[in-house]
Design a protein around this ligand. Structure first.
Ligand code: DGL
Length: 298
C-alpha cells in the first residue's frame, strides 16, 4: 500500500494528539490522515522553548514533504510555544490546541486550568487567561502546571489502576479545563476526583479544521484540481517504506530524521471505516495500539 500525499497531519509529543485525531476523524470520511507522535522527545512540558521549537519544526519538514493540506498541532504545549512562528513559515493552514478557558470561565465559579509547565509559562496562555478574566470578572481562574502528569499518562495509559491523584491540585473547583491533550485520557478520573464539569478543546479543533478545509475547497474550486483523488482502503496494519520521501535528495533541506521517520511510517486502517491513517515516528506501534484500543475498538 502506497503512502498517499496531500492529507491532514496531526502532531503531538506522544499519544495526546490521538484524542484530537479521534475527534476529527468523526467529521471526515475517505480522508487521509498522518499522525506523528514525537515519542523520542516526549514529554515536552518541561523542555526549553528552544528544544520544543526544534522538534516541532523537524516534524513540519516532514509534513511539508507530505504536501499536507492542513496540520493540526494537537498539543497545547507546542501550540503555546511555536504556533506563531510555524504560521509565519508555512503556507498551509495550521490549527492549534488551546485550553478551553473561555468556555469554562463563561459558566462562572472557580475554574482550575491544568497544563504543562511550558504551556503555563507561555505568553500565549497567560494572555488567554488574562482575556478570560477580563471578560468574566466574577469567575475565579486558577492555573496549575502539573509537572510529570503528561509523562505519567504517556507511560501508564493502559494501566487503569493508576489513579494519578498525586498530580491533581487540591481544591473544590466548579470546573476543570484540561489544558494538555494527554490529560483527556484521564478526564473521567479527574471528573470523579473533583466531582465537577470537565472541559477540553477537541470538539472545537475538529470543527475548526472542517470549516477551514471547506472554506479552502470553496476558494480553490475553480483554480486547481483536487491534489489527489481520495481513495478508500480496506484495512490492515503494516510497515511502510516511503521510498519517495526517503530519497528526497534534490532538496538540500531534506532532514535526516524525517527520512528515517518516513521510512518507518506505518499505515493503519480499521476495516469498514472510511478514513486512512498513516503513523510516523519512533514509537508509532504504540500510537497504533492505543488508537485501536481506545478509539476504534473501545
Ligand atoms: N499533549 C501535549 C500537550 O497538549 C504535550 C504534553 C507533554 O509532552 O508534556 O501539551
Amino acid at each position: 500500500m502506497k503512502l498517499v500525499k496531500g492529507g491532514i497531519a496531526f502532531f503531538d509529543s506522544g499519544i495526546g494528539g490521538l484524542t484530537v485525531l479521534a475527534e476529527c476523524e468523526k467529521l471526515f470520511s475517505k480522508e487521509i490522515f498522518y499522525y506523528y507522535g514525537d515519542h523520542s522527545h516526549a514529554p515536552y512540558g518541561n523542555l526549553s522553548n528552544r528544544k520544543i521549537k526544534k522538534y516541532v519544526f523537524r516534524a513540519f519538514r516532514l509534513f511539508k514533504k507530505l504536501r499536507v493540506k492542513a496540520v493540526v498541532v494537537a498539543c497545547n504545549t507546542a501550540t503555546a510555544v511555536c504556533i506563531e512562528s510555524l504560521r509565519k513559515k508555512y503556507k498551509f493552514p495550521i490549527i492549534g490546541a488551546e485550553p478551553a478557558v473561555l468556555a469554562a470561565a463563561k459558566q462562572g465559579g472557580e475554574v482550575f486550568v491544568l497544563s504543562t509547565r511550558a504551556t503555563y509559562q507561555s505568553d500565549r496562555f497567560q494572555n488567554l487567561c488574562k482575556k478570560a478574566r477580563a471578560k468574566f470578572p466574577n469567575t475565579l481562574i486558577r492555573t496549575f502546571a502539573c509537572d510529570g502528569l503528561a509523562g505519567a499518562i504517556e507511560d501508564n495509559v493502559e494501566n487503569f489502576e493508576n489513579d494519578f491523584t498525586e498530580f491533581f491540585p487540591k481544591g473544590n473547583p466548579t470546573s476543570v479545563v484540561l489544558g494538555c491533550t494527554h490529560y483527556i485520557y484521564i478526564g473521567r478520573k479527574i471528573k470523579n476526583y473533583y466531582g465537577c464539569k470537565i472541559y477540553d478543546g477537541n470538539r472545537g479543533i475538529a470543527l475548526r479544521l472542517k470549516t477551514i478545509l471547506e472554506d479552502n475547497r470553496q476558494k480553490n474550486w475553480d483554480e486547481q484540481p483536487p491534489l489527489r483523488k481520495k481513495r478508500a482502503f480496506l484495512g490492515f496494519l503494516t510497515t511502510f517504506n516511503s521510498k519517495k520521501i526517503a530519497k528526497g535528495k534534490k532538496n538540500k533541506n531534506t532532514n535526516e530524521c524525517s527520512r528515517k521517520m518516513s521510512k518507518k511510517a506505518l499505515k493503519y486502517k480499521e476495516k469498514g471505516e472510511k478514513n486512512t491513517i498513516f503513523f510516523f515516528g519512533k514509537n508509532r506501534q504504540k500510537d497504533v495500539k492505543i488508537y485501536e484500543q481506545m478509539f476504534v475498538l473501545g
